[in-house]
Structures are given as structure tokens and as C-alpha cells.
Design a protein around this ligand. Structure first.
Ligand SMILES: Cc1ncc(COP(=O)(O)O)c(C=O)c1O
Length: 361
């Protein structure tokens, strides 16, 4: 039996996506490929019904980090000063990307898992010293969902532009595309969109692509990808099979009722896992009200190391995820993205019981 992936991407695929990925051999310089590319771009803009007159969806080969790096390196002008909101690994990654590309930046830090201090953010923006804010929507380090509406609201108030890492939230959580401060959103195919790894994307305002910015990278320069994609071309070999998979995944998302239905499904699954854990005496790391619908973190059960828990669940066909950094010894994470059936959930409940109570020893 195939393992069920409860790590935060890549996800367990539907049969439809799995078949689509290998459906056909496609040359990326043929019209059939460009029809596919156009369909994927249209489908991505359609997820949040973003207005194509205002927004572009730019496909980039690479992982989620490629999308982040493309967004930061391509869209921030040389005189930008970025306030980076950090409360986990991925906020810290945004600062690293800025530093590598020589982009002036300052971090507003909270401990991993803690909330960003919005008053401190407002005070910093009120100095008038910043041009942009870079933030992580769902901080996958702990499962915390950062309050993107409030963050965007402050950006609008202080007239700065927002770059959003939505790598682990795009297609499952609300994103304020209508807020004028939101300039760009980075995402990936292999998380809430239910595609395969290797294909990343940035949704950004057309105006962002028209800025006069000296390229900081060749292969991650968004205006280059966008300009080619607008005229049915591609600058480099794209992850063709990733596009085949994503086209199918976008169709399935639409048929299933769109991102709000996906959020409801994820919420239901996450609540079910949390209830099972609670009944086994395993506490949640964050209150449910602060967690995304995508992933929740749990304290490691007394008397079990992460490796014991992981290996025990793997024997039952489930892959869970460790905490990162210092949290590795304290928590474990369960994501319920991807193709997970109610039957899988029932099996997971049994497996958690057996592994944590030692019933199988
Ligand atoms: C919020 C967030 N940003 C960025 C990334 C990096 O994505 P990748 O590992 O695909 O480069 C991840 C990966 O889990 C993530 O969860």
C-alpha cells in the first residue's frame, strides 16, 4: 500500500493527478505545451478569482524557496528597505534571501510559534523608513497562521507593499488579493494545490513586473519568465510533468468546490486528528484558533521520542514530520493536505492509538 503523506508537502496524490503526470511525453517548444501552460496560468488566477487585468501568475521551475527567491530578487528595487516578519524558519528564510541579494532589510522577530507583535510592526512602519513588508502567511514551522488581513491593513495604512510567502497556504486559506498593498504572493504546486514538486509560482501585480529593476538572477528573474509566458514561450526547460499534474489538480480543486471547500475539508481532518491526540493525552502546541487548517503541531507524547513515533506510524503506512531546529526534541507535526480519505483517517486513529499506548509491543 502507498504511504499516506502527513508531512507538509509533497502530498499524497489523487489517482487523477498521478495519471496526468505521466499521461503524455510533451516537448516544451510545441503548441500542445503552450496550451497547457496557458491553462495552468488561467487556473491559478482562477483559484482566488484574481483579476487577470491586474494580476499575473508567473510559473517558475523549482521548489517553494525558488518562488520566494524569485519574488524577492525580482520585485524589490535597489532602494527597497524591507521589514521582514519572522516567527519561524520561513520568516528567517525571507531575511536570508534578502541578505544574499543585497536587499536592505530589518527583521521584526517573535519566538518560533509566537504571534507577530502588530503594534511593534505599526510603530516600525510609522517611522516611514520601510518600503516593503515580507511576511509568511502560514508559518509551517509550528502551524501558526499569521493574520494576513491585519498585516495587509497595516501595509495599506503606512503605504508600503506586501510580499507574501503563501507556499503552505495558497488554495486553502484566505488571501487578501483585493488589498492594494499586496504586491506578490509566492506558492508551490505540491502543497495545498495537490500537484507534484518542482513547479513554483508567483502571483503578482502587472505593475510589479514593469519596474525598472536590474536582474539579480538569470533563472529566477520573474519578468523574464512572465514575458515569455505572455507570448506562449518559455525561457528555460520548464517542469513539464509538473504542469501536467497541476492542470489536473486545478481541475479537481474546482470540481471539489474551490479553496473554501478545501479549507473546510482540511479543518475537518485537522480537528479529527486533534481529537484523537487529545484522547490519547497528546496536547496541541498551539490553540486551534491560531493554527492553519493545513497543519497542527503536537507535544511529543510522554515516553516516546520523535523517531519512535515516526517509525511506529511509518510501519502503519503514515509519514509524519519532525519539529525544526530546537523544536525537534519537543514537537511533531501532522499535516492533512493532499488526497486523504475518511478510511485513511480511521486507520490513522488506530495507528496513533497503537503506537502511543504501546498496544502493539
Ligand atoms: C511557508 C513555507 N515557505 C517556504 C517553504 C519552502 O518550500 P520548499 O521546501 O519547497 O523550497 C516551505 C516548505 O515547507 C513553507 O512551508
Amino acid at each position: 500500500m502507498r504511504p499516506i503523506l502527513l508531512n507538509p508537502g509533497p502530498v499524497s496524490l489523487s489517482e487523477g493527478v498521478r495519471n496526468a503526470v505521466a499521461r503524455v511525453d510533451l516537448c516544451h517548444r510545441e503548441p500542445e505545451y503552450f496550451e497547457l501552460q496557458d491553462a495552468v496560468i488561467r487556473g491559478l488566477l482562477n483559484v482566488y478569482q484574481t483579476d487577470p487585468a491586474q494580476w499575473a501568475a508567473v510559473l517558475v521551475g523549482g521548489s517553494g524557496t525558488s518562488a520566494l527567491e524569485a519574488m524577492m530578487a525580482s520585485l524589490l528595487p535597489s532602494d527597497a528597505h524591507v521589514l521582514v516578519l519572522e516567527n519561524g524558519v520561513y520568516g528567517e528564510r525571507l531575511s536570508k534571501i534578502a541578505a544574499i541579494h543585497g536587499i536592505r532589510n530589518q527583521a521584526l522577530k517573535a519566538d518560533w510559534g509566537d504571534a507577530i507583535d502588530l503594534q511593534a510592526m505599526a510603530d516600525l512602519l510609522a517611522t516611514g523608513d520601510f518600503t516593503h513588508v515580507a511576511a509568511v502567511h502560514h508559518e509551517t514551522t509550528t502551524g501558526r497562521l499569521n493574520p494576513v488581513d491585519d498585516i495587509a491593513g497595516l501595509c495599506t495604512k503606512y503605504k508600503v507593499q506586501l510580499l507574501l510567502d503563501a507556499v503552505s497556504s495558497f488554495a486553502a486559506e484566505s488571501i487578501p488579493f483585493e488589498d492594494e498593498s499586496l504586491l506578490a504572493v509566492a506558492a508551490t504546486a505540491n502543497k495545498c494545490l495537490h500537484g507534484i514538486p518542482g513547479l513554483a509560482m508567483v502571483l503578482c501585480r502587472h505593475a510589479a513586473l514593469k519596474q525598472d529593476i536590474k536582474p539579480r538572477s538569470l533563472s529566477l528573474h520573474l519578468p523574464l519568465w512572465a514575458e515569455h509566458q505572455a507570448r506562449q514561450s518559455t525561457p528555460f526547460t520548464p517542469p513539464v510533468n509538473g504542469l501536467l499534474g497541476l492542470a489536473r489538480a486545478l481541475l479537481e480543486l474546482e470540481r471539489q468546490g474551490g479553496w473554501k471547500s478545501r479549507r473546510s475539508r482540511y479543518r475537518k481532518l485537522a480537528a479529527r486528528v486533534a481529537e484523537t491526540c487529545r484522547n490519547l493525552g497528546i496536547e496541541e502546541w498551539l490553540p486551534a484558533t491560531h493554527s492553519s487548517c493545513v497543519l497542527r503541531s503536537y507535544h511529543l507524547p510522554a515516553g516516546l521520542t520523535y523517531n519512535q513515533l515516526h517509525d511506529g506510524l511509518k510501519q502503519h503506512g503514515f509519514i509524519i514530520y519532525a519539529g525544526q531546529g530546537d523544536l525537534a526534541a519537543k514537537l511533531f507535526r501532522i499535516s492533512t493536505m493532499g488526497e486523504i480519505s475518511d478510511y485513511d483517517m480511521a486507520r490513522l486513529e488506530q495507528a496513533l492509538k497503537m503506537v502511543t499506548t504501546g498496544a502493539e509491543n
